[in-house]
Write a protein that binds this ligand. Structure first.
Ligand code: C2O
Ligand code: CU
Ligand code: CU
Length: 476
């Protein structure tokens, strides 16, 4: 299949972010949700895949009739979905057609350091990077994005991000929606600042640099407040918080329940029923929503309810992100499965090492263990195949008592042992690679380090990462 790129069809008119909301706080949806294409595998061998990506400059009509400079992989904004299977060998040819150096990081993938695409794997303009790896982890919704020192925030913001989906025997066999673009939809949610001229430039203010950028416009798959026709039945949404700094609390406008079935690194053991889902930057969640009780033509909205953690939406209350319109089409109505998968738990007794990670600072100095990132310094040395417990603390600092930091670890998926000594919430009992640590909180995570090389750990508020709230561990 040819790479189609992101198609933005314009139907109604919105002139600026103000007009996306009227007094009753309802959104006029204007564009159908763009569905990123699935990237073609260039290798006919079923056990091996080869993918070609080009990071390039593009133009995207975010506001009607106005083209904004954006960046994309193989297109104008965002990137295609890379879909692979557990056990598959994968080769990627990643060409940098930007004016600046970039890297391509596989967020959530268990790979050796040299294939991880961190800040040491810079690709100069015009050059091509060719990582190769084998998929050694269960079905999951991961993602890819650039990771250059000091320009990650800008490059992701300007459009460089895409989903990386792993399938396996479990995802094949579960009776859940799995027809991509039909009842299984990717939703990459990002907030941006679009100026009067329709430009989506990365121009963080002082507050953004200190606290993480909060935008006033909300894009899903690169379109402002889009709509999606959904079948009158069970629908699976694969959510990625692809925002630089914002933490969301996703809800449906009719207050309907939904079921989280997967976390960052794959399926939960059992679906978790909820009406509100918190997601900090870089986190993923798959949810099932049952539309079978709604009538064709009914419209409900995916909203961010805002919260004490959100910096700008508190006064206005909820923000509408997109609209879901129930169509005449009904798919098979699936039951919510009782059991999704079985997760082998790491045994605390098995841990050889315990390490402390102290996150600190608001504003100018953001540190992990009192240090800011130094590319030439290895902060932690890990022995290959060791199981370790990392004790991640968000130290209360400053007059405001600090802020939450989403802590991310490269090269592994981990399990959460506890939050301040209490068992994690049900929807945090699956595989995770990013976890939000609240001010004053201590979270213990456990993982086994099965890949060699140099890896990052950092705060995934991209402004914090770029400011050096990052460290390096080496596995050997
Ligand atoms: Cu989303 Cu260091 O990564
Ligand atoms: Cu990562
Ligand atoms: Cu942070």
């Amino acid at each position: 299949a040819a790479i189609i790129g992101v198609i933005l069809l314009l139907t109604n008119v919105i002139s600026d972010e103000e007009s996306t909301k009227d007094d009753t706080n309802s959104v006029v949806s204007s564009k159908p949700l763009p569905i990123p294409p699935i990237l073609e595998d260039k290798d006919p061998d079923p056990n091996r895949a080869e993918f070609h990506l080009t990071a390039q400059k593009g133009k995207t009509e975010i506001l009607d009739g106005i083209e904004s400079d954006t960046l994309g992989y193989n297109g104008n904004i965002l990137g295609p979905v890379i879909r692979v299977r557990e056990g598959e060998k994968v080769a990627v040819k990643m060409k940098n057609s930007l004016d600046d150096p970039t890297t391509l990081h596989w967020h959530g993938l268990r790979v050796d350091g040299e294939n991880d695409g961190g800040p040491h794997s810079g690709i100069m303009p015009g050059d091509t990077w060719e990582p190769e790896f084998t998929i050694e982890q269960p079905a999951a919704t991961l993602w890819y994005h650039p990771h250059m020192m000091q320009s990650t925030a800008k490059q992701v913001y300007e459009g460089l991000a895409g989903l990386f989906i792993i399938e396996d025997e479990v995802s094949d066999s579960l009776a859940i929606p799995k027809e991509y673009g039909v009842n299984d939809f990717p939703l990459i949610i990002q907030d941006k600042n679009i100026d009067k001229d329709g430009n989506m430039k990365y121009e963080p203010g002082m507050n953004d640099i200190m606290m993480g950028l909060y935008g006033s416009s909300f894009l899903v798959n690169g379109a402002i407040n889009p709509f999606l026709e959904v079948p009158q039945g069970m629908v699976r949404l694969r959510l990625l918080n692809g925002s630089n700094g914002r933490t969301y609390h996703f809800e449906l406008s009719n207050g309907q329940k939904f079921y989280q079935i997967a976390t960052d690194g794959g399926f939960l053991e059992k679906p978790v029923e909820m009406t509100s889902l918190q997601m900090s930057p870089a986190e993923r969640a798959e949810i099932l929503v049952d539309f079978s009780e709604l009538k064709p033509g009914e419209r409900i909205k995916l909203i961010d309810s805002g919260s004490e953690l959100s910096r700008t939406v508190t006064d206005e209350g909820a923000v509408e992100l997109m609209e879901l319109i129930v169509s005449e089409e009904s798919t098979e109505v699936y039951e919510i499965p009782e059991q999704l998968t079985k997760i082998d738990r790491y045994d605390v007794e098995q841990a050889n090492v315990t390490r402390d990670m102290v996150l600190a600072g608001v504003g100018a100095t953001l540190t992990i263990n009192d240090k800011t990132m130094d590319m030439t310094r290895i902060d932690e040395e890990v022995k290959l195949n060791d199981t370790e417990i990392w004790v991640v603390t968000n130290q209360r600092t400053g007059t405001q008592g600090g802020m939450p930091h989403p802590f991310h670890l490269h090269g592994v998926q981990f399990q959460v042992l506890d939050r301040d000594g209490n068992p994690p919430a049900e929807n945090e009992t699956g595989w995770k690679d990013t976890i939000l640590v609240h001010p004053g909180e201590t979270i213990r995570i456990i993982t086994k380090f099965e890949h060699i090389g140099i890896f990052m750990y950092h705060c995934h508020i991209l402004e914090h990462e770029d400011a050096g709230m990052m460290g390096q561990y080496e596995v050997k």
